[in-house]
Design a protein around this ligand. Structure first.
Ligand code: NAI
Ligand code: F6P
Length: 348
């Protein structure tokens, strides 16, 4: 990272790798972050490495590299920049000022479904290429990579390969985080309650399929992006969600649902509230998921192995209100959300 030939450092380390609090600010109280702050020249965290490398580059009069996040975070570059500056500030305010003025953190949107590895993935390379690949990665054919034009120096000519280079990633972020990420969670929430193992199987159930299409209309009405762009994205995403050649387990998507609701679904609810779009359909999948968690089972009694924070699981088991469970007490629209959720849960 301190070599003059390095122009770009990229991260795909999941949200956990950033040590953020609920508001997406750096959690300096995190044990590993705190340890790194004590010994900044021997970092172990991603943020610690970035700051130390930028410090060494500054001291050697090298241009700072561009730091590019490929993680699913709302405005991932802005969040990374804030985290890096907060960490650097604790070490040396002058270093923080230098990074603020000289380093860049482009926002990106990475849009491609990559399910977890499974045994059958190993068949592809041997069948198609007659080679044995020990770490095949199977993805869908669709991909979209959107990168904000914000680099400190040379960058690859990604546009020649189909990457969208733009000054404003917001419309792409709205479309992907709402019609893919949130939609994934909505389908998975319904599917785990219905006892369905794969995403494409859920999309084959006529009632779920119809519900998902109606839900997309609600999301489009709540989203500040031109309707024609929403419609175009919806037309492309529906076959992706139904792709039976790429089995994606509902359990994978339903893992960490509480965190994903905060990241992907709460912003939709906030917009729905201010734009006066009904929240009933938007909350129903969350209510279904809470029932599956509470009972540890699908509607027909198949066990559901929830992968979520133990405190969330306990709170749901004890019948706590959704606002309390997800830490939404301070939201203006909390009462409405809680009332609708309680109504849906009690009715089913
Ligand atoms: N799988 C998908 O369909 C898509 C994933 N993404 C994003 O890409 C990122 C990676 O996702 P996947 O490759 O699916 O996950 P993965 O679980 O296959 O890989 C995660 C990687 O992050 C590393 N990591 C985990 N915790 C870390 C920490 N505290 N510090 C440093 N590294 C850490 C792991 O060692 C692993 O190499 C995520 O942020 C995800 O949101 C974005 C679009 C689609
Ligand atoms: O990074 P996060 O918030 O865990 O999001 C991962 C989600 O993104 C996707 O990879 C694409 O929606 C899902 O398959 C997965 O649930």
């Amino acid at each position: 990272m301190t070599s003059p030939s390095v122009h770009l450092v990229t991260l795909t380390i999941t949200q956990a790798g950033y040590h953020l609090d609920k508001s997406f600010n750096l959690d300096t109280g995190n044990e590993e972050s705190a340890q790194n702050l004590q010994n900044p020249s021997t970092p172990t965290t991603a943020i610690g490495f970035i700051v130390e490398a930028l410090r060494r580059r500054r001291d050697r009069s090298l241009t700072p590299f561009t730091t590019l996040s490929g993680d699913n975070l709302p405005k991932n570059g802005d969040i990374l920049r804030i985290a890096v500056l907060a960490y650097a500030e604790q070490i040396d305010p002058q270093l923080a000022a230098y990074i603020r003025d000289n380093a860049t953190f482009p926002n990106t949107v990475v849009d491609r479904i990559v399910p977890g590895e499974q045994e059958s993935d190993y068949d592809y390379p041997s069948r198609l290429l007659q080679v044995r690949d020990r770490s095949p990665i199977v993805t869908e054919p669709f991909w979209q990579f959107v990168v904000e034009e914000n680099f400190t120096s040379d960058r690859p000519k990604w546009e020649d390969t189909g990457v969208i280079m733009t000054r404003d990633i917001r419309p792409f972020l709205y479309l992907k985080s709402r019609f893919l990420n949130a939609m994934h969670s909505f389908i998975a929430c319904l599917a785990v309650r219905a006892g369905i193992e794969y995403m494409h199987e859920a999309m084959r159930v006529p009632e779920i399929n119809l519900f998902i299409r109606l839900l997309m209309e609600d999301i489009a009405a709540a989203t500040p992006v031109p309707p024609s762009l929403c419609e175009e994205y919806i037309d492309r995403v529906l076959p992706r969600l139904s792709n039976e050649d790429l089995p994606d387990s509902t359990e994978r998507i339903a893992s960490e649902t509480a965190r994903k609701i905060g990241k992907y679904i709460l912003p939709i609810l906030e917009d729905a509230y201010s734009r006066k779009v009904s929240m009933k359909r938007l909350i129903l999948p969350i209510a279904a998921w809470m029932l599956a968690v509470k009972e540890g089972a699908s509607e027909s009694g198949q066990p559901y192995h929830v992968k979520d924070t133990p405190s969330v699981v306990t709170a749901i088991g004890e019948g706590a209100a959704i606002s309390e469970i997800l830490g939404w007490e301070n939201c203006e629209q909390t009462q409405v959300i809680t009332q609708v959720a309680s109504y849906l849960i009690n009715r089913s």
